[in-house]
Design a protein around this ligand. Structure first.
Ligand SMILES: CC(C)(COP(=O)(O)OP(=O)(O)OC[C@H]1O[C@@H](n2cnc3c(N)ncnc32)[C@H](O)[C@@H]1OP(=O)(O)O)[C@@H](O)C(=O)NCCC(=O)NCCS
Length: 179
């Protein structure tokens, strides 16, 4: 896998920008990932410690260096804190998988949708992917809505598709293609 180059200038719209997260945001990551909604709908460790945050940020760096995944924090222009995370993993020739969360202090502002639109445009454009997949744990209506608003189609249920902390759980599968 080639080394990934973060987009320069950063991906942005009139509300937010996507940047490679640094250790300076460790406390924000640890606080956000301690939120029960993030534990409920993602595979983050629960309980979530600062050591988990440190390991996550180290993995983000390694993934960028090894070309495995492009993980960005998103933050509103002028904000001192991060508002969320969005990540595109390169899983097979031409196919990526995206995931995201919005910190509890930033929800309901359209930020996850904006971040997903930006990373999807980059993934299917400059990053050269043909298709991006997204799995939402069954019942995650908020994330389903974000996916649909960002142009993802599908939504078929796949039983026992994702392991969440030792339990296999059903998901809805969504996708967007370059065409
Ligand atoms: C789901 C999540 C990412 C939404 O983030 P957000 O930044 O608040 O989302 P947006 O503001 O872009 O919302 C987009 C749409 O989804 C709707 N929505 C957001 N959260 C919702 C919820 N919990 N239930 C129902 N609808 C919801 C919004 O109302 C909006 O729709 P509208 O424009 O028609 O009103 C956020 O709540 C979160 O991080 N949840 C926990 C982690 C998670 O689920 N990650 C995704 C894993 S696949």
């Amino acid at each position: 896998m080639p080394t990934l180059i973060p987009p320069d200038p950063p991906l942005s719209d009139d509300a937010l920008a996507l940047r490679v997260p640094s250790d300076a945001f460790l406390a924000d990551v640890a606080e956000a990932c301690s939120d029960p909604e993030i534990a409920r709908w993602t595979t983050v460790p629960d309980p979530y410690t600062e050591a988990d945050g440190r390991a996550f940020l180290a993995l983000v760096d390694r993934d960028w260096a090894e070309g495995n995944a492009a993980t960005f924090m998103f933050a509103r222009h002028g904000a001192a804190r991060l508002d969320g995370m969005v990540s595109l993993s390169f899983v097979a020739d031409g196919i990526g998988v995206v995931g995201y969360w919005t910190a509890p202090w930033a929800r309901g502002e359209g930020l996850a949708t904006r971040a997903l639109v930006l990373i999807t445009g980059w993934g299917l454009g400059a990053a050269g992917l043909a298709r991006i997949d997204l799995a939402t744990l069954l019942g995650n209506r908020g994330s389903e809505r974000v996916a649909q608003k960002a142009g993802y189609a599908g939504g078929q249920v796949v039983p026992r598709a994702v392991e969440q902390r030792g339990v296999r759980r059903p998901v809805r599968l969504w996708h967007r293609t370059a065409s």
